[in-house]
Ligand binder design. Structure first.
Ligand code: ATP
Length: 228
């Protein structure tokens, strides 16, 4: 018997990929809002192992994973998905989604990306296969307006829905733009502050900041007077 609409609605899985170098309250607030608004039962923050679109990461994957685990520890609805970090080679989202889909079955699968990442979606490996695997949830972000190249805009527009709840009616294939609270926080800025010996407290969880200082990540020293 096919699952009832209610059953489907209660079983959405969301994937929020990033380098999380380090994770901060911009990421966490966006995750919390999407999770709540779309009634996601399983929201996964998924750190990239070796991101294909970047030179590399500042902190090693195991550190980024550990910081994410600390950040979500108090929140049982948020999880960390380790599959890209555990896999060898570059982290292609299309392969990640294939492996998640094989695991979760025909439930709505939401790929959550910030507007800045969405603008460059056509540079992702096999990007045209993504809609077969998941819905796309574009989270709007400060100073990052939609700037889709024409070929991408055409694909997204055809699939676009305005009501987030429409995503719960099918496993994949739709695109929805969802506004999240605009927190002007970036990992780049946090790394810069740490390297200068400044204190980025309140931009990220205190547990994560303590971990950064303990391991001397991003040029932060344990001897910094701001270390609590
Ligand atoms: P960096 O400054 O190193 O580029 P970042 O802060 O943008 O890092 P990423 O790990 O690259 O963080 O981002 C992962 C995802 O989180 C991306 O889709 C990005 O758009 C989104 N994101 C990052 N910062 C915010 C924020 N302040 N509010 C909402 N979404 C964010």
């Amino acid at each position: 018997m096919p699952p009832s609409r209610r059953a489907i609605r209660n079983r959405a899985v969301a994937i929020f990929g990033g380098t999380f170098d380090p994770v901060h309250y911009g990421h966490l607030r966006a995750a919390a809002e999407i999770s709540e608004r779309l009634k996601v039962s399983d929201f996964r923050l998924l750190p990239a192992g070796r991101p294909p679109h970047r030179e590399g990461t500042w902190a090693e994957a195991f550190h980024r994973l550990a910081m994410l685990e600390l950040a979500v520890a108090p929140y049982p609805d948020l999880h960390v998905d380790e599959r890209e970090v555990r896999r060898d080679g570059p982290s292609f989202m299309v392969e990640t989604l294939e492996s998640v889909r094989a695991e979760v079955g025909e439930v709505p699968l939401l790929l959550c990306v910030g507007q800045d990442a969405a603008n460059q979606l056509d540079q992702w490996h096999r990007w045209q296969d993504l809609p077969e695997l998941a819905h796309l949830v574009v989270m709007t972000r400060p100073r990052s307006a939609p700037r889709y190249p024409a070929s991408l805009a055409e694909v997204l527009e055809k699939r676009r829905v305005t009501r987030a709840r429409d995503l719960m009616r099918s496993p994949a294939g739709l695109v929805c733009h969802v506004e999240v609270t605009q927190l002007e926080i970036s990992s780049t800025d946090i790394r810069r502050q740490l390297a200068r010996g400044w204190d980025p407290r309140f931009l990220l969880p205190a547990t994560v900041l303590a971990y950064i200082r303990k391991h001397g990540l991003y040029g932060a020293g344990e001897t910094n007077p701001a270390n609590g």
